[in-house]
Design a protein around this ligand. Structure first.
Ligand code: NAD
Length: 368
């Protein structure tokens, strides 16, 4: 039902409808407004489980093809994330083409909000790279179909602590699978990127007396983490992949599990917050398995943020989000069991789980 991702170059050669067919997208909305300079794409991947929820990313894409590729890839990922997390949400995402530091205006954000509103709730937006709380407030002025707004405005606030807790739960499940105990005490963990999620994850790990190594491209982030957790060891960005550690936790950018890093990584487990960690899902998902590394699929363990914004949609609070994020432990173990019984990479086991739930619910929808 949901076709798997192909290589970037193969996809780019297709027409827009060809690409939608390949990834099985329901709808794409191209948004243009000459007055404000808004150029955006909203991609709705699948709404079988519920309205398509996913953030808006503002990025200076070099080409429209690059923006389209990103929004298609990201929206599909949201379908899978929501499905495995057991949420009644579909997958969607939006991109605004432009430099967030130069091209952002109130009018542009509000015009974008109107485009979101026109979809009548089929797509619900949230914050992503290049967007901030103020932008969400502007979008909110034009549509109610926006989540992740500050708690002071009645929203669910910063999702990062919930995301970090879910990653921590996934990591404990991976430890249980690999070593028979879910204790992370004494385990060596390399955390790449100590931003909003990474820093919260470090706090959980330090509390459990793991030996934590951290790196970041910003000195102030490292100073802060050392101040809060003197036991952590700061390492350079160049050496983080070469460390003799038990767990590698990518919490910065995607695609860090690739041909080069797989030559260097010495860990037994990969489990982190970053989206799209496998540079090529199929190729690197299989390579990780062959190398005997246990990969906790990113969209499974980092679903805490989505769980948190969903609480805004359905009206639950932070405590409820945290208890749902705790379930990531069991879900991750279930995926490992499926991977073992079917002898397939863990990413594929997670994809199958997501697809099965969507197919099951689609059947119910057809029943009167
Ligand atoms: P963030 O921007 O707050 O933190 C990312 C950190 O990584 C920053 O401190 C940045 O300086 C650092 N970084 C960037 N490039 C680096 C590199 N090459 N080496 C080392 N450090 C580097 O973002 P975040 O909200 O903490 O999100 C982290 C990752 O988790 C992202 O990939 C994001 O898409 C994903 N994610 C976040 C959430 C959430 O709730 N915030 C939810 C799901 C997934």
């Amino acid at each position: 039902m949901l076709t798997t991702k192909d290589t970037k170059s193969e996809v780019a050669e297709l027409t827009v409808l060809g690409q939608m067919g390949l990834t099985n997208h329901e709808q794409i909305v191209f948004c243009n407004d000459n007055e404000t300079g808004l150029k955006a794409i909203i991609a709705i991947h699948n709404t079988v489980l519920g309205p398509a929820l996913g953030g808006t990313r503002m990025w200076p894409y070099k080409t429209e093809a690059e923006a389209l590729n990103d929004v298609l890839r990201l929206s599909r990922g949201m379908t899978y994330k929501a499905s495995v997390a057991g949420l009644n949400l579909g997958g969607g995402k939006a991109v605004i083409i432009g430099d967030a530091r130069q091209h952002k205006t109130e009018a542009l954000m509000r015009r974008f909000g109107k485009f979101v509103d026109n979809l009548g709730g089929k797509y619900i937006t949230a914050e992503d790279v290049g967007m901030g709380a103020k932008d969400m407030e502007y979008i909110r002025m034009e549509t109610k179909h926006v989540t992740g707004i500050p708690q002071s405005l009645g929203g669910s606030g910063d999702p990062s602590p919930v995301t970090a807790y879910g990653v921590y739960m996934g990591m404990k499940a991976a430890a249980k699978e690999r070593w028979g105990s879910d204790s992370l005490g004494g385990k060596k963990v390399a955390v790449q990127g100590v931003g909003n999620v990474g820093s919260n994850l470090v706090a959980f790990l330090v509390k459990e007396e793991a030996k934590v190594f951290v790196t970041d491209i910003f000195e102030d982030r490292l100073t802060e983490i050392k101040k809060n957790h003197p036991a952590v060891e700061i390492v350079s960005g160049e050496t983080i992949l070469d460390l003799d550690v038990d767990i590698y936790a990518p919490c910065a950018l995607g695609a860090t599990v690739n041909n080069e890093s797989l030559q260097r990584l010495k860990c037994s487990i990969i489990c982190g917050a970053a989206n799209n960690q496998l540079a090529n899902e199929k190729e690197h998902g299989e390579q990780v398995m062959k190398k005997g590394i246990l990969y906790a699929p990113d969209f499974v363990v980092n679903a805490g943020g989505l769980i948190n914004v969903n609480s805004e949609v359905v009206g639950y609070g932070r405590d409820h989000s945290m208890s749902l994020a705790k379930n990531i432990y069991d879900t991750t173990l279930h995926i490992f069991a499926l991977s073992k019984s079917e002898n397939i990479p863990t990413y594929l086991a997670a994809n199958r789980l997501a697809e099965q739930r969507i197919a099951g619910v689609a059947k119910i929808r057809q029943t009167r």
